[in-house]
Write a protein that binds this ligand. Structure first.
Ligand SMILES: C=CC1=C(C)c2cc3[nH]c(cc4nc(cc5[nH]c(cc1n2)c(C)c5CCC(=O)O)C(CCC(=O)O)=C4C)c(C)c3C=C
Ligand SMILES: [Fe+2]
Ligand SMILES: [Fe+2]
Length: 362
């Protein structure tokens, strides 16, 4: 198999460390064709829908890609920002901020960039960019606090696959998860407390995580347990009693059983109980996106209030909060041990030449 062409190289170019933030991905535009292209790539990934390929191919191409893109495009249009899709806008901001925050604490040259697992900017394109900047060490940071095969592992799959195409591969590290990282938990709690300081407190806080098929839990995916742990730690940090919060799972897709309790059914139940006020937050998403801004903030409100509930407050994700950016910087530094202080080859070479000039033995 021929390898990808190597970027041109000049001796003495300093080696850099690349830090690559990756989130799920999003369409290029809130239109039916753009959403179809995105969904085809996303839902065609065998780690996302685990079904015999031939059957799934027929369902995906025969039904889903003919019906869902139009409906989803209308939903995307309702949350689209003037700079683009919120998921991409916030991820880009996080990468730019991390470059600055890390710059205050790191010694060796490094570059922070971001990619989307599905859609653009793609992981292969950004890996190429990092290689062109002579990144010989790369840390991949899937922006999913809780590990799941259908998210975290899909990122590492494609990164490993790209490295297989290279002759001169960089050293590689990946972050598996950070569901119990104290900085992440404190940023989540800080965000909620700030919201409560400004807007008062609810009777109940719902913590809604993205769902997965129930089968994934039975087959050993740690995602469910990691969501529960994040929920417990967050409740502890906020000083909530068990009856003051609930952990639920949203975004069920298809007819199979998914992780329970479902967010939608819980909101309906709380509405029926005539709760005067509930707040809802999505701790598994570090950036606001379709699933939080449309499904939770808009549809969720309708479900709760239609069932008889009172005030409904959606608390935004931690996005580009200062405390979260500090926590992300800590997380990255912990995972770069030995990489940020290492003098690069060019410096060593210059040091050796200086020593020779000063008469050191050869
Ligand atoms: C089988 C289907 C899906 C699985 C499994 C799944 C897991 C999963 N997804 C996220 C995070 C996000 N999902 C988003 C959108 C989205 N998710 C699915 C389906 C599955 N997700 C679909 C079809 C869509 C697209 C929108 C739609 O048509 O409804 C997003 C938002 C993307 C955006 O552009 O804003 C995120 C983020 C996680 C964390 C996860 C497993 C734990
Ligand atoms: Fe999803
Ligand atoms: Fe959804």
């Amino acid at each position: 198999m021929p390898y990808l062409p190597e970027p041109s190289f000049t001796h003495g170019t300093p080696e850099k460390t690349g830090i690559l933030l990756v989130n799920l991905g999003t369409p290029d535009a809130p239109t039916t064709p753009a959403v179809r292209t995105y969904l085809k790539e996303f839902l065609g990934d065998p780690r996302v829908v685990e079904m015999p390929r031939a059957i799934w191919w027929l369902i995906l191409n025969g039904i889903i890609l003919n019906t869902r893109p139009k409906k989803s495009a209308a939903k995307y249009a309702s949350i689209w920002l003037k700079e683009g899709s919120p998921l991409r806008v916030y991820t880009e901001k996080q990468a730019a901020l991390l470059q600055g925050y890390l710059g205050e604490r790191a010694q060796a040259p490094f570059v922070v960039d971001y990619a989307m697992r599905y859609g653009n900017p793609s992981i292969p394109a950004v890996l190429r960019k990092l290689r062109e900047q002579n990144c010989q060490r790369i840390l991949v940071v899937p922006m999913y606090p809780q590990y799941a095969a259908s998210t975290t592992a899909t990122v590492t799959d494609i990164v490993y696959g790209e490295l297989q195409k290279m002759r001169n591969t960089p050293a590689l590290r990946t972050i598996k998860h950070f569901h119990d990282h104290s900085g992440y938990i404190k940023a989540l709690a800080g965000n909620i407390n700030d919201y409560w300081m400004k807007n008062g407190r609810p009777e109940k806080l719902v913590m809604s995580f993205h769902g997965l098929p129930r089968k994934s839990l039975d087959q050993g995916d740690p995602y469910h347990c990691e969501c529960q742990k994040t929920g417990r730690l967050l409740a502890w940090e906020l000083g909530l009693k068990p009856e003051q919060y609930a952990v639920t799972f949203q975004s069920r897709f298809g007819r199979a059983e998914w992780l329970q309790p479902y967010t939608g059914a819980t909101l309906k139940e709380l509405g029926k109980q005539k709760l005067k006020r509930m707040d809802i937050v999505c701790p598994g998403f570090v950036a606001d996106c379709l699933e939080t801004l449309e499904e939770i903030a808009q549809e969720g409100k309708e479900t709760f209030q239609h069932a008889g509930g009172g005030e409904y407050h959606y608390i935004p994700c931690i996005n580009d909060r200062n405390d979260w950016m500090h926590a992300l910087t800590d997380l990255v530094i912990d995972n770069l041990q030995g990489w940020l202080v290492k003098p690069d080859a060019a410096e060593l070479e210059q040091g050796r030449l200086r020593a020779l000039e000063m008469g050191a033995p050869k």
